[in-house]
Write a protein that binds this ligand. Sequence first.
Ligand SMILES: Cc1ncc(COP(=O)(O)O)c(C=O)c1O
Length: 464
Amino acid sequence: METTQLLNENPFLSIRKGRLYLEDVDLVEAAKTHGTPLFVVSENYLRQNIRAYKSAFETYWPEGTVKVLPSVKANPNIAIRKIIDSEGGGCDTFGPGELECVIRAGISGENIFVNGSIKSKEIIQKSITLGATIILDSPKELDMCIEAAKKLEMRANVLLRLKPWLGDTDEMSDFIPSSEIRRLTQTIKYGIPKTEVLSMAERLICCDEVNLLGVHIHMGRHSKKLSVWEQLIKSYVLLIKELSDILNGWTPKIVNFGGGFAASLDKETQVAQTNYATPTVEDYAKSMTSAFRSRMTEANLSTKGIMIQVEPGRATHNQTGLHLTTVKNIKHETKNINHTWAEVDTSEVFLGIHGVNPTPPFDYIVASKADEPNEMTCDIVGMTCNAEWLFENVTVPNLCEDDVIALLNTGSYIEPMAANFNALPRPGMVLISGDKCNIIKRHETVDEVFSRQVIPAYLDKKSI
Ligand SMILES: Cc1ncc(COP(=O)(O)O)c(C=O)c1O
């Protein structure tokens, strides 16, 4: 894509004296100072995204409050959580690792929402002690909450994670275009099966140890079509009504819509189908809240004072991040074929794009030659022993050693999935805020790559 178009899409990118800047930081300098490969996050872009979500939902949900809980999994970093907290955002955590991340960030219990399958006794006890809210995923977890609450002489705050049946839609998933969303949302493991949730509700009628605050869903990034999301809300409310009937007219104080809404540029490599328009956050907020309001009214349930929660992962983080890599070598073949390779110091295993990539997986700008014309055709290839066609047969400015390339929109899910293939240490991360550029995760060291390995005594040289 043309550089000018890429700059138009991202208000925090600019070109100054031929160099690419994020906020007020020269990315070539950042690459030299901190070393590449390097993940980079824009603090002000992150703040802007959280405010946009909050204000869109607040505009369309005057009946109650709104809480934005950006998912930790998209960028599990302590400094990032502190920024989100300072914007009034809470945390959707999954499992003990992410809970530890937000504890280390100093987040208070009322802003922590603990998701996760097969929760351990320890995580349930810790959550109750913190005053966090536990999203129940199975009847077994209810038993564990009751037991832990009794032991701690406290009450457990819980939401029930539901699995509404999207019976009225036969839309296919953008993730797996050969599968129906309604089937995937039932067969993918998360949530309490309907068969089990109704009997759980019966147990909750007179359960002093557990405070049932509300309900939760997470459909996932299956579709950008608002009609699908409205269908989800319709089936959600039908299930809430069934629970309400069992629970003698109970209504939820909290209704969580989960995450799964696409990032506005939506070119994510993990999603098969991205080639149709992405609604704005305002359109999404309007359609979700109005569908919820009207379905609740139809079901004769009050919406007064309900807190709406949303858990945007990719939509919060995707465009806040970019990835810097340095050209290390240029190779030419002119004998049997004409071919040029630009070898760079990153890898598909750091970027979540395993295998051959016929189309460029990311938009990119050569940060060190940002206003130079495209004059060279080459493959930009990564550093492992795989084929590593990051960008095949692309036309770029005349690349040479030490040029820096910025891969755009790499802010969600990519860094936490980086692997150690070829025993490579994984890249670090910097945070840019105005003209400041600070390390928020240092590069892994070679010692750390091998730090978990143990040599059994009998293989020790002396004893062989
Ligand atoms: C419970 C829950 N909430 C929110 C999210 C974030 O999803 P996304 O990044 O698609 O918005 C996830 C992702 O798996 C999730 O499991």
